[in-house]
Design a protein around this ligand. Structure first.
Ligand code: HEC
Ligand code: HEC
Length: 327
C-alpha cells in the first residue's frame, strides 16, 4: 500500500511537470538563480576605450590577416599571370559546357554592348549616339594571339580606356567569359585548308564576305552624307572628349598612351618602319581613320580605327589638332 501511494505521487508529479513544459513563450523574465555570467562589462560598437593607445574599443585585425576563403595565393587564377608576371596562355579552370554557357550569359550582359554580340566590336555604343571609345574586335590576329591571361586581366583590371569589371564579375565568371570569347573567335575563324575538309564553296563564301563589306561601306557613306557638315575648332574640341581622344592624347605636351597634340601639326613624325612623315592634314586624317597604317616610334599600336566618323567630324578634329600648334 505504501509503495502504491508513492507511485501515484510520482506519477502525479511527472504529469504536473509535463503540463508546465509545453513550450509556450513567456513574456516574463526568466528566473536566473546564478547571474554572474549574464551581466558582464563590455564595450559597445564604436565606443571609446582608453586602454588602447588609439583610444578605440573596436580592434582592427592583425596586419596580414586573411579572411577565411580570401587567400589569393593562386596567381594564375586570380591575376591571370605566372610567378614572373607573364600572362598565362590557358584558362586555369576546366572547360565544361555549363561553364561556357555561363561565360556566354555574362558576356552578353557585361561585354556585348561594346564589343558586340559576336565580338566584332560593333556593339550598341558604336551607333554613334553614345560617343564612347570604339571597342576593338576580337576577330583580329592580334586578339586571337593574345594569351587567355591577358583577356582575364582586361576584365579584372581594365585596359587603357576600358574600365575594370572586377567589382561586378567574380573570378570564376571572368574565366568563363574568357572561355566564351575563345569560342567566339573559333566560330569566326577558319583557315582555307581547314575549310577544304568541309563541303562548302570557298569562292561563294568569299563573295558573301565581300558583299557584306560593300554593304557596310555603303551604309557608312550614307551616314556620313546625312551627318551635318559643320567644321570648326569648337566642334573638334567637343569630339576630342566625346570620342575619348583625351584619354590617350594630351594638349599640354604630356605623354599619355599616345603622342600629345601640342605642336603635332606639321612636325616630323618618325615611324617604326624607318620612314619620317610630316604631320600635314592628310597624315592626320589617315592617323585617325587608319591608325594601323603607321606607328610612331616609341608608341604601341593600340589606337582603334575611327573609320566611322563623318567628314565634318574628321575635319573638325583636324582643325582642333591644328589649333594646338598655334601658340
Ligand atoms: C563600355 C564599353 C566596354 C565594355 C562594356 C567592355 N569593353 Fe572591353 N574595351 C572597350 C574599349 C573602348 C577598349 C579599347 C580600350 C583602349 O584601347 O583604350 C576595350 C578593350 C578590351 C580588350 C583589349 C583588346 C585589345 O585588342 O587590346 C579586351 C581583351 C576587352 N576589352 C575585353 C572585354 C571584356 C571581356 C568585357 C566584358 C567583361 C569588356 N571588354 C567590356 C570597351 C568596353
Ligand atoms: C586608346 C588610346 C587612344 C585613343 C582613344 C586615341 N588615340 Fe590616337 N593614338 C594613340 C597612339 C598610341 C598613337 C601612336 C601610335 C601610332 O602612331 O599608331 C596615336 C596616334 C595618333 C595620331 C598620330 C599622332 C602622331 O604623333 O603622329 C593622331 C593624329 C591621333 N592619334 C588622333 C586621335 C584622335 C583624333 C582620337 C580621337 C578621335 C584618338 N587619336 C584616340 C592612341 C589613342
Amino acid at each position: 500500500m505504501k509503495l502504491f501511494s508513492t507511485r501515484i505521487a510520482a506519477l502525479f508529479l511527472v504529469s504536473i511537470m509535463m503540463v508546465a513544459c509545453r513550450g509556450q513563450k513567456s513574456e516574463k523574465p526568466p528566473i536566473l538563480p546564478q547571474q554572474n555570467m549574464s551581466f558582464q562589462e563590455r564595450f559597445n560598437a564604436q565606443q571609446e576605450n582608453p586602454f588602447f593607445e588609439d583610444g578605440m574599443a573596436m580592434r582592427l585585425p592583425v596586419e596580414g590577416t586573411v579572411a577565411r576563403g580570401g587567400l589569393r595565393h593562386d596567381m594564375a587564377l586570380f591575376e591571370g599571370t605566372d610567378e614572373d608576371g607573364n600572362y598565362i596562355a590557358e584558362n586555369p579552370i576546366e572547360l565544361t559546357e555549363s561553364f561556357l554557357y555561363r561565360g556566354k550569359d555574362r558576356y552578353d550582359i557585361f561585354c556585348s554592348m561594346c564589343h558586340g554580340g559576336t565580338g566584332d566590336g560593333r556593339g550598341i555604343i558604336m551607333t554613334g549616339e553614345y560617343g564612347y571609345v570604339p571597342a576593338p574586335t576580337f576577330h583580329s590576329d592580334r586578339s586571337r594571339e593574345m594569351p587567355d591571361g591577358e583577356f582575364y586581366s582586361a576584365i579584372a583590371n581594365g585596359i587603357r580606356s576600358m574600365p575594370a569589371y572586377s567589382g561586378q564579375i567574380t573570378v570564376e565568371d571572368r574565366w568563363a567569359i574568357v572561355a566564351y570569347i575563345r569560342a567566339l573567335q573559333e566560330s569566326q575563324f577558319i583557315l582555307e585548308d581547314e575549310l577544304e575538309r568541309y563541303d562548302v564553296d570557298i569562292a561563294e563564301l568569299q563573295q558573301l564576305y565581300l558583299d557584306e563589306q560593300a554593304r557596310e561601306e555603303a551604309l557608312a557613306e550614307a551616314r556620313a552624307v546625312t551627318d551635318d557638315e559643320e567644321v570648326s575648332v569648337e566642334r573638334g574640341e567637343r569630339l576630342y572628349t566625346r570620342y575619348a581622344c583625351h584619354t590617350c592624347h594630351s594638349l599640354d605636351g604630356t605623354r599619355l598612351v599616345g603622342p600629345t597634340f601640342a605642336g603635332l601639326y606639321m612636325s616630323e613624325r618618325e615611324m617604326t618602319d624607318g620612314s619620317v612623315i610630316t604631320a600635314d592634314e592628310e597624315y592626320l586624317i589617315q592617323a585617325i581613320v587608319d591608325p594601323r597604317a603607321f606607328t610612331n616610334v616609341g608608341y604601341d599600336d593600340v589606337m582603334m580605327p575611327y573609320d566611322y566618323l563623318s567628314d565634318g567630324e574628321l575635319q573638325s578634329l583636324v582643325e582642333f589638332i591644328k589649333a594646338q600648334s598655334d601658340n
